[in-house]
Write a protein that binds this ligand. Structure first.
Ligand code: ATP
Ligand code: MG
Length: 208
């Protein structure tokens, strides 16, 4: 049987915006419709990339911004080669919790790495999402949700409010610059309503 065309959907947004919650709901709804789905996340999503995730989120060091960018892209290269591309080639819909926009928002807008350098690396990945859902919440809402979720915070979560405000502004700028790929979802509403808005965007942009 010839597989149907795979689709690549990414979820982006700042800390606590609800990406992981909505990625799971999206994958479940697509599965219930009989669509073969692979849910994955970054950094990580392949064994070699998970090793780099662990370093990036817990590593007891601070890299130069350009070095940290390359670590994220090394993890991404592994993830694309070992997980995402094979799934797309098999006709699956890949739902990915964070992708290259997170590197531009966190390392570029947030940490001050050269955005032209990141954009050049994005070009080298050679894979553009069919649809990017930007989950947008006011800065304070994401921080409150993380406090509610509890658990240990990672290297990025520990950075201050000004950093997270730059990240959120960065995501909004990315979405505004690429309206053909990105849809901004108001994520400051109840979980089922955010899911409804996501399914509407998927229906409009990725009709089967
Ligand atoms: N729409 C919502 N309204 C209220 N609470 C929510 C909503 N969406 C998610 N939450 C809760 O907020 C917390 C953060 O959600 P989630 O882990 O999905 O966010 P995230 O964007 O994946 O965060 P991170 O950037 O840390 O990975 C969780 O406790 C989740 O249950
Ligand atoms: Mg998450």
């Amino acid at each position: 049987m010839i597989p149907g065309p795979g689709r690549f959907i990414t979820l982006e947004g700042g800390e606590g915006a609800g990406k992981s919650t909505q990625a799971a709901l999206l994958a479940d709804t697509l599965c219930a419709r009989g669509i073969p789905v692979l849910r994955t996340r970054e950094p990580g999503g392949a064994p070699g990339a998970e090793i780099l995730r662990n370093l990036l989120l817990t590593g007891g060091t601070d890299w130069a911004p350009g070095a940290e960018v390359l670590l994220h892209f090394a993890a991404r290269a592994e993830h694309v080669a070992k997980t995402i591309r094979p799934a797309l080639e098999a006709g699956m819909w890949v739902v990915c919790d964070r992708f290259y926009d997170s590197t531009l928002a966190y390392q570029g807008f947030g940490q001050g790495a050269d955005t032209a350098y990141i954009t050049a690396l994005i070009g080298l990945v050679g894979l553009v999402p069919d649809l990017t859902l930007l989950l947008d919440v006011p800065d304070v809402v994401g921080a409150d949700r993380l406090r509610g979720r509890g658990g240990a915070s990672d290297r990025y979560e520990r950075l201050d409010g000004a950093f997270h405000a730059r990240v959120n502004a960065g995501f909004r700028a990315i979405a505004a610059a690429e309206p053909g790929r990105c849809v901004v979802i108001s994520a400051d509403q109840a979980i089922p309503l955010v899911h409804q808005e996501i399914m509407a965007a998927v229906g409009v942009r990725l009709a089967e």
